[in-house]
Design a protein around this ligand. Sequence first.
Ligand code: FAD
Length: 403
Amino acid sequence: ACKQYLTGPIETTLCDYETVESVNDDLFSQLHALVETPFFKYFRVDLYRDCPFWQENGFCMNRECGITTVDESEIPEKWRAATLSRLETLTGDQRTILPGCYHRDSDYCFLDDMTEGDYVDLTLNPERFTGYTGPSAHRVWSSIYSENCFGLSHLSPGSDNPMTSVKKSLPESLKSRTRPHSVYDSEDCLEQRVYYKIISGLHASISTHICHENLNQTTGEWGPDLQCFVNRVASYPERLQYIYFDAVLLLRAVARLGPYLSAYDYCGTDTHEGDAETPEELKRIIDIAQAVGKFDETMMFQGENAQILKQEFKEHFRNVSRIMDCVGCDKCRLWGRVQTTGVATALKVLFELDEKALDPKSNPNLLQRSEVVALINTLHRFSESLAAVNIFREMWAETDVQQ
Ligand code: FAD
């Protein structure tokens, strides 16, 4: 029952993703309303950490690269206090001290130290075309794809690192440091393919936003640029599929987190203490996620070396979150951080937490506020990309008719 969409270069076989397509209008409108609310629009982030991998000189001087921050006094007291006290609950073992950031063993990303950074109103800093491009942007993407190859990171020949056994078992194509930006071949294991799909889907989603909210530098007008979308995404049908793939992965995480998210306290004032009202939009989003979030996480990390592979998967994803500090454009870095944190939160929920851990009664402080905010905003980004794809499909159909 796969439906084939044949509309020139914008074609994809939706199969598993078809159900996501069918609910996306509803999903997008709920998410769009939800991310405008105070709980979900304020994100605390330290955008000025040094790039840990290379000397980053590519700062974007474009006006669109800048962001506006919010004075902390505008943020409800409760969220400020809550984040600080939650950080303090981490013990030395759980918290790996790194300059300006930390992670717990189960985390798939480095989180900001909550005592540093600024609050940003995400609704005032939309992710769109900024003009950030050239060697700096390419270096970041290239290191996300190439420097983080499975079986390669942190290893030197003869090292007694336990990852060596994984390295030896890898197909030749994965041992190259200059892996081409293409879908892995069929020899690659499921986990490696999933890793690539996640990154490529994120990249395609960001490209879709850039093309959807593009600045025509001749006329100075903002609007969708069909040719940009065709060049960057639609000419590579697999990239489009990976946007769906990420959306399904995030929905599955939201579905699993349903009881936890429903019990979360979204009120910013102490007058609502104990009265954890779940926003109506979120209830609907959880319902949709439970109906269509059909990602089967139990298929992953099952075979030989499963635990080593999982550890490496996690370390690579943490590296991706640190590579975000090398993005030379504040607004791109902000959204890069939001989305890598959102995907990392989903991965943690899918691969690290069992039903007991997800139980809000036994584990009320499971996620930091920034993780919940990032997860929902990231799902919103992907859902918006799928909505934009439809707009581009219509634009393409019109061009076709005219020819
Ligand atoms: P790039 O998008 O830079 O891609 C580089 C190469 O990667 C391509 O040549 C292609 O070979 C390969 N590639 C491209 N897409 C995929 C894919 N989906 N899967 C696999 N391989 C692929 N710019 C903005 O205007 N606004 C933003 O908000 C923004 N956010 C960014 C966030 C991050 C984290 C980064 C690293 C960059 C961001 N940029 C942003 C820059 C933007 O992503 C592009 O790098 C830039 O527009 C230049 O695009 P490009 O066409 O040269 O190719």
